[in-house]
Design a protein around this ligand. Structure first.
Ligand code: FES
Length: 173
């Protein structure tokens, strides 16, 4: 009777299969690299991926809209009252609950993609019941942190990736 409890050690033939497979995979990787590298965006495209915005002339209570990757981005210099209103809003009143602090790196500067999360219209600033943004397409209203408060839009206005390069320049993207 054959001993079935014995586990077979890989033989020389198995080793050759394993080695061939490994080198084959490496060959595909090396062969694919020039093609993948060619598909990377060139420097001019990468430059458009992020923009620097000078906010030194945007006074308190004012906003500017900049174009980033083909989309409007609202940069609002919020007033103390707007910040207070947002901070004091109970999270349970929100459709898409988010703390004010999670939406603004510096409370006085709100940076958001200006595209309604319902069907993509561009909301109007300092408008609507919550004195934030109002989308006239189907009456969605956003508050002073760009959080959805009423209407069919399901989500808050998107916050893009951004960073303060200095006190007066924001890099978006
Ligand atoms: S697109 Fe804004 S409410 Fe419909």
């Amino acid at each position: 009777m054959a001993d079935t409890s014995k586990v077979e050690e890989p033989g020389r033939r198995d080793f050759l299969y394993i080695a061939t497979g490994a080198f084959g995979a490496l060959g595909v990787g090396v062969g694919a690299w020039p093609l993948i590298d060619q598909m990377n965006p060139d420097a001019s495209v990468k430059a458009l991926a992020s923009i620097e915005v000078d906010i030194s002339s945007v006074g308190e209570g004012e906003s500017i809209t900049v174009n980033w990757r083909g989309k409007p981005v609202f940069v609002r210099h919020r007033t103390a009252a707007e910040i207070k209103l947002s901070v004091e809003t109970p999270l349970e009143d929100l459709v898409d609950p988010e703390e004010d602090a999670a939406r603004a790196e510096k409370p006085e500067w709100l940076v958001m993609v200006g595209v309604c999360t319902h069907l993509g219209c561009i909301p109007l600033g300092e408008a609507g019941k919550y004195n934030g943004w109002f989308c006239p397409c189907h009456n969605s209203t956003y508050d002073t942190a760009g959080r959805i408060r009423s209407g069919p839009a399901p989500k808050n206005l998107e916050i893009p990736k951004y960073t303060f390069i200095s006190d007066t320049v924001i890099k978006i993207g």
